[in-house]
Ligand binder design. Structure first.
Ligand code: PEP
Ligand code: MG
Length: 900
């Protein structure tokens, strides 16, 4: 532990700097830094986070010597400010504020106006010539100190603050509405009542001794590190408890002592759009909280910010101070090389800076600022790329709710697929299609979705389900379609019969409007306006820089030419997964598919497959054309066959008639295909093993399509992928079929095309025996959805019901279906890659599970040496940026290691 516990700042020199965030907290270190930059900061000192840690480790005692250090620094503050703590004539008042390494806005406590008592109050009155102001400070101080230090703040939300109660009572007696209507005499009475209240509640007099007040406040700030709110905030934001908070003691300055005083907040650039313009608000004759609290309407800081002529900007009101502020903000932005969020106070025409920190910004502003600051020479391209958070740009790729819109949230579900959607409620895929045909916009509401709902999902604006998690059918399919989806919204009751949804006592009926926000999971009744995304300009340039830096390739999961086109526009460099089963659900094919499934023998199956072949070939032709010059991985049939069959009696009857068998026969078939555990059942390559003719048809469709487009001078690079392989012999057998068909088709068509045959690695056995599997695979693609399911033994379809609880109880840090479990599932991924490449050094390796579009998982894929990641079209830019971040972080690590 270092010996120094207290760091001075102000008066032109500081003991700390911005590099000392760990020790001085964000606020303290930036106050020191501003002082070092010769920016006027009210003098003060910061008590380090080490003291906080000591305090908790030593039964809430302070380290020896702390008191003396504080006294020494207090004297320095007095000197710098020309006032004296506890002095009756010219008193110094101070604030004590918390400040952790990272900002925890509003979570911990603050005490202002420390040092006020009956004596110093008189000093404040004569120094400010403003009795009302002085008494207002005094009553505010007693209330804050009483709440924070003496613990009179209500513990229950329902209880009212006793001080607030006293204010209300007095206002009622006086017949006034606002605090500002209270006279000096009223405030004096309030001070008296507050003190009586303290005596009654604590049994002691309110402390008059300024030093007692100061140490009480410091203790309370350290205590607030462990209040309920702070603990919860730390948990949500992964902030370690051991960090502790610093406490900054700083001279008070007042923005509320006349027309030549003011207070304000500003951003060095527009935090909403990123535009390079000084942007902020201020209030004359006010204290800091008044700007934020919205009691009075703040005025724009400069003429450029005026929206109506009646406003008076700071630039006009106090032009000299404004010029000074301009110089300071420019200096701060240049120094920190980033947009700053600043707070200032003007006391009798003198400007004081109270805070500077990195400003929060929208995704749009982050991109624009990063690009413009690079062009201004403020930061490098690498820094620009690192400045934009991959997760954040999701906001830019979909329509979003208009930030200016006001609305009430009905209920929240999982933010399963981002974007905003507005439409009329429908409850079935058929209704959705019908309404869409009539030109109406719909929201499809289902308990959960299945493959049969796909055509309805395709035409809906958004999807809302009551069940299912982040990798539920609705979530995966919606993300693939780039469509807004709120899943697992257990707060709604769906009544298909009545055609309504209920949330507590609120009922919304079929045909009524609903708005979904898939980025946050919010469900809102009625229509909320939305704004469209833009992918050109600064965004395109930033993505170009990211592409120059990344090593990982980025492909897409796409099943249709339309998805392929969208993904290519988003920068996809190929298709990493084309799920062929989705093609069979189209109403014009499902019959042939069902006929194939219920066929009694191979001959019957072949007959039905012959009907599917031309349709499937057309699908591939469309996709190959879109992906001219880029690789396309097509996966053979994967889901259990029962998913294709009708379940309702009516539908079974209808189908039996269509294909010329009896109802009983078909019913028996449907029953026979039922599986207790279909995810581990007859699916994936196991279908191709049982019915090689299915693989054969699919391979033929792929190669015939490839030959057809090759003749159109399109460069086609097909890669055939076999799913759910656990044993190398499964792949060997399937590969034999694919190779034979390829040979036959090339002979027939007199064309030769280079192709690859590979497998998904989505079972633990496949990863563990990857060296053997690589003997027959040209490539691996990690199916981390199934791999997570099988490694963890967690059902993809059911885990949503309890995984949240696991995360809440900190049993696991994150839902492993959303963020790859690097420790467990990731270990198998690594093992598989190493083993596979041992056998085949040029083995192409990628990932096509949902994790391929999740930034931390993409970084993991970079570290383990994958060639590419593949994700849904709308996540392609996110993956590109995350891949660039990974490459840059690796470079920085190498540089840091190199320096050492
Ligand atoms: C996977 O399992 O990760 C995968 C991509 O396949 P699917 O989601 O189609 O099972
Ligand atoms: Mg899978």
């Amino acid at each position: 532990m270092s010996k120094k516990f207290v760091y001075f700042f102000g008066g032109g020199k500081a003991a700390g700097s911005a590099r000392m965030k760990d020790l001085l907290g964000g606020k303290g270190s930036n106050l020191a830094e501003m002082t070092n930059l010769s920016i006027p900061v009210p003098a003060g000192f910061t008590i380090t986070t080490e003291v906080c840690r000591y305090y908790y480790a030593n039964k809430k005692r302070y380290p020896p010597g702390l008191r003396e250090e504080i006294e020494k620094n207090l004297t320095k503050v007095e000197k710098a400010m020309g006032t004296k703590f506890g002095d009756a004539k010219n008193p110094l008042l101070v604030s004590v504020r918390s400040g952790a390494r990272v900002s925890m806005p509003g979570m911990m406590d603050t005490v202002l106006n420390i040092g006020l008592n009956e004596k110093t109050l008189q000093g404040l009155i004569s120094a400010t010539q403003n009795e009302r102001f002085a008494y207002d400070c005094y009553r505010r101080f007693i209330q804050m100190y009483g709440d924070v230090v003496l613990g009179l703040k209500p513990r229950e939300e329902k209880e009212i603050d006793p001080f607030e109660g006293a204010i209300q009572e007095l206002k009622k007696e006086r017949g006034v509405k606002l605090d500002t209507d209270l006279t000096v005499e009223d405030l004096k009475e309030l001070v008296r009542r507050f003190k009586t209240l303290v005596k009654e509640r604590t049994g002691q007099d309110f402390p008059e001794e300024p030093r007692k007040q100061l140490f009480g406040s410091i203790g309370a700030v350290f205590e607030s590190w462990n209040n309920k709110r702070a603990i919860e905030y730390r948990r949500l934001n992964n902030i370690p408890e051991e960090w502790g908070t610093a406490a900054s003691v700083q001279a008070m300055v007042f923005g509320n002592i006349g027309e030549d005083s003011a207070t304000g907040v500003a951003f060095t650039r527009d935090p909403a759009t990123g535009e390079k313009k000084f942007y902020g608000e201020y209030l004359v004759n006010a204290q800091g909280e008044d700007v934020v609290a919205g009691i009075r309407t703040p005025q724009p800081i400069n003429i450029a910010g005026k929206t109506d002529p009646s406003q008076i900007s700071l630039e006009e009101k106090m032009s000299q101070v404004y010029r000074e502020l301009e110089k300071i903000y420019k200096k701060l932005e240049r120094h920190y090389r980033d947009m700053q969020d600043i707070e200032f106070t003007i006391q009798k025409g003198r400007l004081w800076m109270l805070q500077t920190r990195k400003g929060k910004r929208t995704a749009q502003a982050a991109v624009r600022m990063a690009v413009e600051m690079t062009k201004e020479g403020l930061i490098s391209k690498q820094e620009a790329v690192l400045r934009v958070d991959p997760d954040q740009i999701d906001q830019l790729l979909h329509p979003t709710l208009d930030p200016k819109a006001k609305f009430e949230v009905l209920v929240k579900g999982l933010p399963a697929s981002p974007g905003a959607a507005v439409g009329q409620i429908v409850f079935s895929a058929e209704e959705a299609v019908e309404e869409a045909k009539a030109g109406n916009k719909v929201i499809l509401v289902r308990l959960e979705t299945s493959a049969e709902d796909i055509h309805g999902m395709a035409v809906a604006q958004g999807i809302l389900t009551a069940r299912g998690g982040m990798t539920s059918h609705a979530a995966v399919v919606a993300r693939g379609m780039g469509k807004c989806c709120v899943a697992g919204c257990s707060g709604i009751e769906i009544d298909y019969e009545k055609g309504e949804i209920r949330v507590k006592d609120k009922i919304i009926k079929r045909g009524e409007y609903l708005t979904l926000d898939g980025s946050t999971g919010r469900v809102i009744p009625g229509k909320v306006p939305t704004v469209a995304p833009s992918l050109s300009g600064d965004f395109a340039l930033l993505m170009k820089w990211a592409d120059q830096l990344r090593k990982l390739g980025v492909r897409t999961n796409a099943d249709t030419p339309k998805d392929a086109r969208v993904a290519r526009e988003f920068g996809a460099e190929g298709i990493g997964l084309c799920r062929t089963e989705h093609m069979f659900f189209n109403p014009d094919r499902i019959d042939a598919m069902r006929e194939m499934i219920v066929a009694k023998n191979e001959e019957g199956r072949r007959k039905a497959l012959a009907k599917l072949l031309p349709m499937q070939r057309e699908d591939f032709v469309g996709i190959f054309r879109e992906m001219d010059g880029l690789p396309v991985i097509i996966r053979t049939l994967d889901p259990p066959l029962h998913e294709f069959l009708p379940q309702k009696e009516e539908e079974i009857k209808e189908l039996a008639e269509k294909i010329g068998i009896t109802f009983e026969e078909l019913q028996a078939k449907v029953t026979s295909l039922h599986e207790a555990n279909p995810m581990l059942g007859h699916r994936g390559c196991r279908l191709g093993v049982a019915y090689p003719e299915i693989t054969e048809m699919q391979a033929r469709a792929i190669f015939e399509a490839a030959c057809q487009v090759a003749k159109e001078k399109i460069k086609v690079i097909p890669e055939v992928m076999i799913p759910l392989v656990g044993h190398m012999n499964e792949l060997k057998m399937q590969r034999k079929i694919v190779d034979r068909v390829a040979f036959e088709v090339f002979e027939e068509q007199k064309v030769k095309i280079k192709y690859l045959v590979g497998t998904m690695i989505e079972l633990p056995r496949a990863a563990l025996t990857a060296d053997r599997i690589a003997e027959v695979a040209d490539f691996f693609s990690y199916g981390t959805n199934d791999l997570t399911q099988t490694v963890y033994g967690l059902s993809r379809d059911d885990a949503g019901k309890f995984l949240n609880l696991y995360v809440e109880k900190k049993i696991i840090p994150e839902d492993p279906f959303q963020k790859l479990d690097q420790e467990g599932v990731g270990l198998l991924v690594e093992v598989g890659i190493q083993k596979g490449r041992k056998t085949r050094p040029d083995l192409e390796v990628g990932i096509c599970g949902e994790h391929g579009g999740e930034p931390s998982s993409v970084e993991f894929c970079h570290w383990v040496g994958m060639d590419y990641v593949s994700c849904s079209p709308y996540r392609v830019p996110i993956a590109r940026l995350a891949a660039a971040h990974a490459a840059l972080k690796e470079k920085m690590k190498i540089e840091v290691v190199g320096e050492a």
